[in-house]
Design a protein around this ligand. Structure first.
Ligand SMILES: NC(=O)N[C@@H](CC(=O)O)C(=O)O
Ligand SMILES: [Zn+2]
Ligand SMILES: [Zn+2]
Length: 342
């Protein structure tokens, strides 16, 4: 197959950051996506409706391409109130609230210290129909970094799913067979996003033959058996899995450092990289469901009505890309990608 036309896709998990870099991140994310769910872990975090609406304005001020719409999310803290959830819902611009366990990932220091602290907020979310998005890792120092997702499923997520059966929950950027199975076996209100990098890479890519900081993201890349389970889930056609790149740019110097930041940049080539994976599996027929149907269906919004066309055409990824007055090293830097969006 040399061309593939699918319903316009959406990206259900992306970090655009804030300030001068928006010029670059908004250009890349709006290249062909219809919508993108903008993560709220900015500095300071997007903890209330006013902040979400103001952030949305700053994104729109970059004049993204015509078809693009940013969808906003609130950053949950121990102090979020049920009233704030109702206000956010009423705004029409905020479609979800994000649970970052405090200290789990980039800019999560103001996150939730114990899920029980926000049970009254989850109650309000369930009531008004606001989705819960979850960074699914525990932070206890005695739990190994490779086991933190599984531990979260068992000790935090399973009780939430059980206690809030009508709350729609997206387990973000899943990285293990355990998470894929958890989502498959859970009720229909539980779904997951899967990144392109977790489909393409495992921890060997990051650690064998020298440490590759641009593959360092959270949750961390796992062993190849987990990678295989994720590929199986993403390409299976199951409605529970959909596209969320977790494209998370950090300046080159912040990644190539003695204490490098977590996050990989993929927005320059996201749909193209997913297409490579689906093609390798002989599952290109299921790309449209994953990229353009399952997400809007789960969020309860209409699918996009126009299309994008991919062609089998190799193109070079630059070594670095502009990131405000700094630069970012994108995934596949200095190599090629074999599909191209027209
Ligand atoms: N995925 C990452 O490694 N980093 C993300 C945060 C997140 O999504 O956990 C970031 O904001 O840099
Ligand atoms: Zn995360
Ligand atoms: Zn993220």
């Amino acid at each position: 197959m040399t061309t593939l036309t699918i319903t316009r896709p959406d990206d259900w998990h992306v970090h655009l950051r804030d300030g001068e870099v928006l010029t670059d991140t908004v250009r890349d994310i709006s290249r062909y996506n219809g919508r993108a769910l903008i993560m709220p872990n900015t500095v300071p975090p997007v903890t209330n409706t006013e902040m979400a609406l103001a952030y949305r304005e700053r994104i729109m001020a970059q004049k993204p391409s015509e078809q693009f719409e940013p969808l906003m999310a609130l950053y949950l803290t121990d102090n979020t109130t049920p009233d704030e959830i109702r206000k956010a819902k009423a705004s029409g611009a905020v479609v979800a609230a994000k649970l970052y366990p405090a200290g789990a990932t980039t800019n999560s220091d103001s996150g939730v210290t114990n899920a029980k602290n926000i049970y009254h907020v989850l109650e309000a979310m369930q009531e008004v129909g606001m989705l819960l998005l979850v960074h699914g890792e525990v932070t206890h120092h005695e739990v190994d970094i490779f086991d933190r997702e599984k531990e979260f499923l068992d000790t935090v997520l399973a009780p939430i799913v059980n206690d809030f059966p009508n709350l729609k929950i997206v387990l973000e950027h899943i990285t293990t067979a355990d998470a894929a199975n958890f989502v498959k076996n859970a009720n229909e209100n539980v779904a997951a996003t899967i990144t392109a990098h977790h489909l393409m890479y495992n921890r060997n890519h990051m650690l064998v033959g020298g440490i590759k900081p641009h593959f360092y993201c959270l949750p961390i890349l796992k062993r190849n058996t987990h990678q295989k389970a994720l590929v199986e889930a993403a390409t299976s056609g199951s409605k529970k899995f959909f596209l969320g790149t977790d494209s998370a740019p950090h300046a080159k110097g912040a990644k190539e450092s003695a204490c490098g930041c977590a996050g990989s940049y993929t927005a320059h080539a996201a749909l193209e990289l997913y297409a490579e994976v689906f093609e390798q599996e002989g599952k290109l027929d299921n790309l449209e469901a994953f990229a353009s149907q399952n997400g809007p269906d789960f969020y309860g919004v209409p699918r996009n009505t126009d299309t994008v066309t991919l062609t089998k055409e190799e193109w070079p990824v630059p070594d670095t890309m502009p990131f405000g007055s700094d630069i970012v090293v994108p995934i596949r830097a200095g190599e090629t990608v074999s599909w191209k969006v027209k």
